[in-house]
Design a protein around this ligand. Structure first.
Ligand SMILES: [Zn+2]
Length: 141
């Protein structure tokens, strides 16, 4: 392992993959029932099947399902920000911050088309100084 490997950016969440030409979210599809999740489970959270989960590259487009405008947070976390639930085009649902749009309800119609973008996770670093890569959503129309 080279020094670059040890100090390179790390995924902010386990299902963010950084080992390809560009970051992506690795989804999990249950072959038994068709449920899609991001987090790793010992069995399908929908049907309970074991050994039925396959991974795939999640799409980067979807629609705003719901959101909260966060106006108070921990010290050092800029507010307001928009915590969003997004339904990706394949049915996978993810939570992430919605950026590049006003934090006002008038600018956030449910069903608004959004796309996933990757970027630095708000300047956070681990104990070795390595940064994190997170995904965000932004309006796509
Ligand atoms: Zn299942």
């Amino acid at each position: 392992m080279t020094q670059t490997d040890t100090l390179g950016p790390r995924p902010a969440l386990p299902w963010i993959r950084l080992d390809g030409p560009e970051p992506f979210v690795e989804g999990r599809l249950c072959r038994a029932c068709g449920a899609r999740t991001a987090a790793t489970h010992l069995a399908c959270p929908a049907c309970g099947a074991r050994d039925s989960i396959e991974t795939y590259r999640a799409p980067t487009t979807g629609k705003l399902h719901a959101y909260s405008i966060v106006r108070r947070s921990y010290p050092g976390v800029p507010v307001p920000f928009i915590s969003a639930i997004v339904d990706l085009d394949d049915g996978l649902t993810l939570k992430g911050n919605l950026i590049n749009v006003a934090a006002e309800p008038e600018a956030l119609p449910v069903g608004m088309p959004v796309r996933m973008v990757f970027g630095d996770a708000l300047g956070r670093t681990d104990k070795d100084g390595a940064s994190y890569v997170a995904f965000f959503f932004e309006p796509s129309a």
